[in-house]
Design a protein around this ligand. Structure first.
Ligand code: PAP
Length: 345
């Protein structure tokens, strides 16, 4: 056996020992953390200021302890139901635009959630995350996560890491409505049903998966103000208004700017149309296919494409509900310079 091979085996044994330690700490932690009801499962726990399921807590602990970053890694970050599917498609398409023709594109055969990994159900052996071999700088790894900025390992958030973050946020009223349809649609039948009012209260109180919403958004907003070169902050509503401008900004930020020739050949328009809600929703793979999460849960791709509109909350929220969310948003964001949704009356 060569020296290198022996060293690899020893370090993989050490990794496994370390992982075992994290597993034990996780089991102990669950006996101590504050607990509440979730929309998918019964037990949500408050960990480092965020309400998470046990699987997600284990993932962030493993990530904090074992993630090996590459300086070219790009992380798509968001609160749930804020536009991840759209951004996933755009980032993947921008990155691979010279490799694939639109008529024979991987996104015609796999759903956006299968085109790059989510870290929230991360296990070190998945995605070759412990791989430390240098990677080509024009071929960054893409990852997605809903974890709070402050939870992510400092090795990736510190300025010298080279890693970048794309964050997308959305009017919390539309986020809530989207959560209601998605989470309740997938809620296991053996659990008691939840009403819209219950989910509304959970959201407002912040006791919901990845909540409180406002803390997660502010964490990225403040970090983006501090490090605009490292964090690109998008709003779903502004993307809807002018997708082409956002595609150009995104490509530039990813280190793969749109060239003049590409601009002239209509590349930006092609990317926008290919990743549009209407196009992606119409694809067979997104009508009949499904995404298998790392925890074994199977999610139909079509559940990621509902209406894709701005302001659908008007069909679901009473005037009083709207005012309550707008008031919380105003109070939480008033000193930050961030505006989302309308100012309260
Ligand atoms: P996730 O957190 O489960 O990944 P995410 O993709 O962030 O979900 O959000 C889903 C929302 O984005 C849905 O909104 P709705 O419920 O209000 O309709 C979904 O329809 C919308 N969406 C998905 N793909 C696109 C797209 N290409 N363009 C615009 N909106 C989209």
């Amino acid at each position: 056996m060569t020296f290198i091979r022996r060293t690899q085996i020893m370090s993989s044994e050490r990794d496994e020992e370390e992982e075992q330690k994290t597993l034990q700490q996780h089991a102990q932690l669950l006996t101590e953390l504050p607990k509440a009801l979730g929309t998918f499962e019964t037990d949500l726990y408050l960990y480092q200021g965020m309400w998470l399921y046990p699987d997600a807590i284990l993932s962030i602990m493993l990530m904090q302890n074992h993630f090996n970053h590459h300086p070219t890694d790009i992380f798509l970050t968001s609160f749930m139901k804020s536009g991840t599917t759209w951004l996933r498609s755009l980032m993947f398409t921008i990155l691979n635009r010279s490799r694939f023709d639109f008529s024979n594109h991987p996104l015609l055969r796999k759903g956006p959630h299968d085109c790059f990994p989510v870290l929230d159900l991360y296990k070190p052996k998945d995605y070759n995350i412990t791989n430390t071999k240098p990677l080509p700088s024009n071929s960054p790894r893409l990852f997605a996560t809903h974890f709070a900025y402050k939870m992510l390992p400092s090795s990736i958030t510190e300025p010298s890491s080279g890693c970048k973050f794309v964050y997308v946020c959305r009017d919390p009223k539309d986020v809530l409505v989207s959560i209601w349809h998605f989470n309740i649609g997938l809620r296991p039948k053996e659990l008691p049903p939840l009403s819209f009012e219950q989910v509304f209260n959970m959201f407002c109180e912040g006791v919901i998966e990845y909540g409180p919403y406002w803390d997660q958004v502010l964490g990225f907003w403040n970090a983006a103000l501090e490090s605009p070169d490292k964090i690109l902050f998008f709003k779903y509503e502004e993307m809807k208004r002018d997708p082409e401008v956002h595609v150009k900004k995104l490509a530039e930020f990813m280190g793969l700017p749109i060239s003049i020739q590409e601009e002239e050949s209509g590349m930006v328009k092609k990317i926008v149309e290919f990743c549009s809600f209407e196009h992606l929703k119409s694809l067979e793979i997104n009508k009949t296919g499904s995404h298998k999460a790392n925890n074994g849960n199977v999610v139909p791709n079509q559940s990621f494409f509902r209406k894709g509109e701005v302001g659908d909350w008007k069909c679901h929220l009473t005037e009083e509900m709207k005012d309550r969310i707008d008031r919380i948003t105003y109070d939480k964001f008033k000193d930050s310079g961030l505006t989302l949704g309308a100012a309260p009356q």
